[in-house]
Write a protein of this length. Sequence first.
Length: 385
Amino acid sequence: MATDNKYDRQIRLWGPVGQRRLGTSSVLLVGTSASGTETAKNLVLPGVGALEILDDAPLPAAQSANFFLPASNSSSICAASAACSSLAELNSDVACSFRRVDDLARLGDEEWAAALAGKSLAVGADLPLATLRALSRSCAAEGVPLVAVRAYGLIGYVRIQTAGAHDVVETRREGFHPDLRVRDPFPELRAMAGAVDWDDRGMDAAEHAHVPFVLILVEALRRWRKERTDEAVPRTAAEKKELREVVRSLSFDISKEMNFTEALERVHLCWMPREDLVDFETRALLDSLPPSDPPGAPPEARLLRALRRFAEEHRGYPPLAGTVPDMTSTTERYVALQAAYRARAGEDAEAMRALLPAGAAGGGGLRTFCKKCRVVRRVATRAAG
């Protein structure tokens, strides 16, 4: 499909929030080797906000291929200038600049700190070890992440240095259990299940075969609980078999009704422990949080603390993501189901906001966190040296 947005394909990969963050980022590239300029090219093309190149090298003719065919008289200019000029032609949205220094190895801590001021990321490309160590120390002191790259022909390595503890809150884990709240349906979901006339054999067969499996499971669990407590869940093999039989009893002809087959395939959602909705490593991270945030803690740390409090106040549940998987359903019922889950997710996001300090998270960032918070990782690295 044609589009006027030149970033359309990559937005499909990392979303509008990721593109916005990329577009407001400022990157310092230290070193204009082939791996350095290729790294810069792959930042400029998708639309990084600003790129500054820092180097001390002239431009030998043998290195001209590193800079995307610079002008023929480029032997009289420095490598940083040639790379900057060629990279700027790739994307007019990016502010490209360069600075040549006499000797990278002789830069002091203050000079490195000045070069890193206002930067979101530093990239060190094929740097001598002493220079890389100096850059690494300054990045650690200034709180700027560092990516060190080095290539030896077809072999290379990438080393990532985080700015302190880095919380990964926008993961994309596949195959995780959907959070549909079948075990503890919220009022709107319970009302939707109750609105279906389950005992009316006069219901149109096509309509009956398109009742969403979520509503089938909510109703089956309600009936199973009639002779038990309102929060009882099947625990033994016999009880789980009983619940499956309740699901089958709601069907006209289960061999012809795909929605009931889907319900049987996902019946485990009725007894899945609440804590299993949150990834094991995420639960361990939340349990390990200190009593209070240290001074200057990043926004992600406050979000994690709010997530822990939210789970404590909501019987172990995280904020509802609000997404509904594909399922057999009529369009009307599916749209209504989506609206109910989105509305509940909005309420949970507002409850999360109430647990945060004023202005700690904007609406878009908070909503994104609530959608992804079931799988969070904390990464910490050390400086090179």
